[in-house]
Write a protein that binds this ligand. Structure first.
Ligand code: ADP
Ligand code: MG
Length: 247
């Protein structure tokens, strides 16, 4: 599905969290959003998920106002949102349960999703028995068990160490290439934005806005992380971030 922010303004009391924000995400596109803390990234995802409303301007999903949460959109938060007293399988099944899917379908989809993220053997474990990377995979399984067309992620990998992070980035890339949902990834990491964004929106704070949009057409190509072009894209993103913070 397509997602658009048109002249969006969001204020909390006196604070201009987002101002005159314009951004279009095409159906099936993978967008990365990067910017310093406080520039309104999480607020944007809440608007896109239909969990908040702009003060002015419009947020649309497939042309319709994003007025409420929709079934086909999944939002993965930084803290994973796992329930410690439920098993891995029960956690993965949660979204389907909330959506009222029949038991047989829940079982089938959950089994498939857990296998897809490499957690098939841990279905009966509890979240606190899993490593951070596995917990992140579980949050991902919960999202892909649903019939989603949109995946929104708020700094999903920031708690992981560098190597694990790259492993999870590979999983995210493979899943997106396979399923082609519209993906919006909020990240603090320049490398992550360049690895996972076909386009990279660079934001600046006070007021939160997009200061640059960088096309990244080689995203997804083989050995992308070690290509020269990857590093020059990282430099371009860094320059845009620095430009934004000097304004
Ligand atoms: P980011 O995710 O980029 O760090 P946020 O969207 O969380 O940014 O926040 C943008 C700005 O809005 C920050 O200055 C933050 O303190 C403020 N803010 C976020 N949520 C609220 C809220 N519920 N009430 C008041 N201020 C908020
Ligand atoms: Mg945030």
């Amino acid at each position: 599905m397509s997602l658009s922010f048109e002249n969006v303004q969001l204020t909390y009391d006196e604070l201009h969290a987002l101002d005159n924000l314009n951004l279009q995400v095409e159906s099936g596109e993978a967008l990365a959003i990067i910017g310093p803390s406080g520039c309104g990234k999480s607020s944007m995802l809440r608007l896109a998920a239909g969990l908040a409303q702009p003060t002015s301007g419009t947020v649309r999903i497939n042309g319709n106002l994003a007025e409420r949460p929709r079934k086909q959109t999944a939002l993965i938060l930084q803290n994973f949102g796992l329930l410690p007293w439920k098993t891995v399988r029960q956690n993965a099944e949660l979204g389907l349960l909330i959506q009222g899917a029949p038991a047989a379908e829940r079982t089938r989809r959950t089994t498939e999703a857990l296998a897809r993220v490499g957690l098939a053997d841990f279905a009966n474990s509890y979240p606190n028995q899993l490593s951070g990377g596995m917990q992140q995979r579980l949050a991902l399984a919960r999202a892909i068990a649903l019939d989603i067309d949109t995946l929104l992620m708020d700094e999903p990998l920031s708690a992981l160490d560098a190597l694990l992070r790259e492993e999870l980035q590979d999983t995210l890339l493979a899943l997106w290439q396979e399923k082609r949902y519209t993906q919006v990834l909020v990240t603090h990491s320049i490398e992550e934005a360049v690895y996972l964004g076909q386009r990279i929106a660079v934001m600046a704070p006070r007021p939160g806005r997009v200061v640059a949009t960088i096309e990244n057409p080689l995203m997804g190509s083989a050995q992308w992380r070690s290509q020269d072009a990857f590093f020059s894209q990282c430099r371009a993103v860094r320059a845009a971030l620095e430009g934004g913070s000097h304004e």
